[in-house]
Design a protein around this ligand. Structure first.
Ligand SMILES: C[S@@+](CC[C@H](N)C(=O)[O-])C[C@H]1O[C@@H](n2cnc3c(N)ncnc32)[C@H](O)[C@@H]1O
Length: 199
């Protein structure tokens, strides 16, 4: 049973991963600490069972969400990305798909190689409690993704869209005709995340 989220009370952050790790990984364009804090706070309040992440990259967001799920005592993550592991960049020291995952993380995180839209189209209705969207932020892709994401959410579930500061993300919400239902969580926290709730 999902707990209804009071967005005015999400400024009390709880993130189990030390800020130093984010500082080290920030240059690799992974999740920022403030966003991780918010994701963890939301997971600890909402108490989701099934989370879908769209956009794995090095795995930082999936890893911190998994840490919050473990503190809840239950929950799983499916994380989808276009690239297969290890193929992203060439050269020594380059970021690698899922590089931050330990074998322990992968007990709760399933990795899927797929295009976001193709994966969402393959899903039955109402199968996730929370969906974190963090792929290429293209407005036209979000226009297609948002209705599919809403369809995949259970009642009371939430979709979170990363990088609310990107013009194309806001444009995607307009094109998907959900701007009037979007809650900008940067008003209540330091995170750049938009939220859409499924009633
Ligand atoms: C910003 S990164 C994700 C960062 C990750 N969530 C984190 O915080 O560590 C974006 C990822 O989306 C993936 N991506 C881009 N377009 C995609 C698509 N159409 N379908 C699936 N994944 C896509 C890229 O391969 C890239 O790894």
């Amino acid at each position: 049973m999902l707990v209804k989220l009071d967005v005015t009370k999400i400024n009390k952050f709880e993130c189990p991963m030390p800020i130093e790790i984010f500082r080290k990984l920030y240059r690799q364009r992974a999740l920022q600490y403030e966003d991780a804090q918010l994701l963890c706070t939301i997971i600890k309040k909402l108490r989701p069972l099934d989370i879908l992440e769209l956009g794995t990259f090095i795995g930082l967001s999936a890893k911190v969400m998994n840490m919050a799920l473990r503190e809840n005592g239950y929950g799983n993550i499916i994380s989808v990305d276009l690239w297969s592991q290890g193929e992203m960049f060439a050269g020594p020291g380059s970021p690698k798909m899922g590089q931050v995952f330990t074998p322990e993380d992968l007990k709760n995180i399933s990795l899927v190689t797929s295009d976001e839209i193709e994966y969402l189209e393959s899903l039955p209705a109402q199968c996730f409690d929370m969906i974190f969207e963090d792929t290429n932020h293209a407005a036209r892709m979000l226009m297609k993704a948002v209705p599919l994401i809403e369809r995949a959410l259970r009642p009371g579930g939430i979709a979170l869209f990363h990088n609310s500061d990107w013009e194309s993300v806001r444009m995607g919400m307009d094109l998907a005709d959900v701007s009037d239902r979007i809650i900008d969580l940067s008003k209540y926290s330091n995170a750049k995340i938009l939220m859409l709730r499924k009633e």
